[in-house]
Design a binder for this molecule. Structure first.
Ligand code: NAD
Length: 497
């Protein structure tokens, strides 16, 4: 069985502990690799490499750092399909979707090419006689990123592009379920001119994560994953004195007002609900239709489901691939049983799909449940699969209340033709990323990405301006160039007037 090792100091380093995890091709169900799990000593080795590379990288001029990011951008563009293929083989998403993931990562690299501008400080001349003050932002040191399975290319880039551009060195701990793309990225960074030790990768489970959280030489941790682990990372990372941003899970609602165009609503709900087999943190998982429009919304969505082609991500005809593992697929499917037992109406059961019944791959067909209520497990849990729930509301107020009472607050969408209603919604909805007639409102790279409530622990959103702030700390310099002849002792507190 082929092994997946670490990337330390610019080269592949095999794990030595003998602890490993299986990696599958979700479309065939076959195990294709064993990934090495790092011990705390191996994590320390990677941190040492990052520490060693830090002084040189920190001192590299902004123009040279920007040059490297321009080269990364070119190589990402050139190798987009290879990276996407590496993603599809271990995650399962269809190739076109994996290319889209790389493209959204690339946007963050483009943002990082502007680092000379992004790190500009402020300068105040003559704050007192002969005294100037200026502020600068400097890197934190060695920083780490811990990432989820669902975006094995994009989310690491969300973190490491800004972190490295700011002058930090980086340690990535990607998901052990699809670790392959991290090494494809590592090679690309090296080819683009990232010096050895500036970008490192270790794989593993809780043991490697705890070693990162406890390591005294790691200054900050960025995390993206499920809410219980995000909470754990935030509590333990900050208890160890680190700066932490921990993005968690989601339950994204799409509210449909009665004036919305039903065909557009159904197209958007199907695209955003089942794209990437529902394994996106910004997937729509609940459609909340308001008033008498509900029957038409459910019918229009149900009509579209049989037309979506499910199959291997490498088949250019496929629109939706398998789920990441068999266990995850079975857990997702179990919500159809619990939903039905708790009173929901299963309109389309993905277990009827031929690939669910016959393929050894981890397939589940598109599933739709109507008359779901907030008390049901299917509503309370983040399903993270191709199961869309419809929760009916009588009024706009009920729909907004449902969203605001939900413990998650990642993304939300409103579909309407009424600008006044949309404006009111933006004003009062308690969610970090809002789409108006846009079902997956992932911000572009020059804004920042982050949810509210149980979808984010810490005060910094990811990438964009907040990413630059997260990966740097401020320093304020007060300086004068006095005439030594006028020097005198003065025990008073420094005055400006
Ligand atoms: P996960 O929380 O299981 O794993 C995320 C990372 O944490 C992985 O690297 C994993 O190895 C590590 N981890 C897992 N269990 C751990 C433990 N007990 N102790 C320490 N570390 C542990 O998440 P996942 O299943 O890989 O990804 C899906 C989740 O990520 C969903 O909840 C999804 O909503 C969320 N997500 C959120 C965003 C966002 O931006 N808010 C983006 C993508 C994914």
């Amino acid at each position: 069985m082929e092994r997946i090792g670490f990337w330390i100091g610019g080269k592949i380093v095999p794990g030595e502990s003998g602890r490993t995890g299986p990696v599958y091709n979700p479309a065939t169900g076959e195990q294709t690799h064993e990934v090495d799990f790092a011990t705390p000593q191996e994590v320390s080795k990677a941190v040492e490499a990052a520490k060693e590379a830090l002084p040189g990288w920190r001192a590299t001029s902004l123009s040279k750092r920007a040059d490297v990011f321009f080269r990364i951008r070119e190589l990402l563009e050139e190798r987009k399909t290879d990276i996407a293929r590496a993603i599809t083989l271990q995650h399962g998403k269809v190739l076109s979707d994996a290319v889209g993931e790389v493209q959204r990562g690339l946007e963050n690299v483009e943002y990082a090419t502007g680092i000379p501008h992004l790190l500009q400080g402020a300068f105040s001349e003559q704050v007192s006689t002969g005294i100037d003050v200026y502020s600068i932002r400097q890197p934190l040191g060695v920083v780490a990123g811990i990432t989820p399975f669902n975006f094995p290319g994009m989310v690491p880039i969300w973190m490491c592009a800004n972190a490295m551009a700011c002058g930090n060195t980086f340690l990535l701990k990607p998901s052990e379920k699809d670790p392959g793309p991290s090494l494809v990225l590592a090679e690309l960074f090296k080819d683009a001119g990232i010096p050895d030790g500036v970008f490192n990768v270790v794989h593993g489970d809780k043991v490697a994560v705890d070693a990162i959280l406890e390591h005294p030489d790691i200054a900050a941790v960025s995390f993206v994953g499920s809410t219980p682990i995000a909470k754990y990372i935030y509590a333990n990372g900050t208890a160890n004195g680190k700066r932490v941003q921990a993005l968690g899970g989601a339950k994204n609602h799409m509210i449909v007002l009665p004036d919305a165009d039903i065909d557009m609503v159904a197209d958007s709900a199907v695209s955003a609900g089942y794209g990437s087999a529902g394994e996106r943190c910004m997937s729509v998982s609940v459609v909340t239709s308001v008033g008498k429009v509900s029957d038409r919304v459910v019918d229009a969505i149900a009509d579209r489901l049989p037309k979506v082609k499910v199959g291997s991500g490498l088949d250019p005809e496929s629109e939706m691939g398998p789920l990441v593992t068999r266990e995850h697929r079975d857990k997702v499917a179990s919500y159809l049983d619990s939903g039905s037992a708790q009173g929901a109406r299963v309109i389309t059961d993905g277990r009827e799909h031929a690939l669910y019944k016959e393929s050894p791959g981890f397939f589940l067909g598109l599933s739709l449940m109507d008359e779901v209520t907030p008390q049901m497990d299917a509503y309370r849990d983040e399903i993270f699969g191709p199961v869309l729930s419809v929760v009916r509301a009588d009024t706009y107020d009920q729909a907004v209340d449902l969203v605001n009472r939900n413990p998650y607050g990642n993304g939300v969408a409103l579909f309407t033709r009424d600008g006044g209603a949309a404006r009111q919604f933006i004003f009062e909805v308690e969610v970090g990323m809002v789409g108006i007639n846009v079902p997956i409102p992932v911000p572009v790279a020059y804004y920042s990405f982050g949810g509210w409530k149980g979808s984010l622990f810490g005060d910094s959103h990811m990438y964009g301006p907040e990413g630059i702030r997260f990966y740097t700390r401020g320093k304020v310099v007060t300086q004068r160039w006095p005439d030594p002849a006028k020097s005198a002792v003065d025990l008073g507190f420094p005055r400006t007037r």
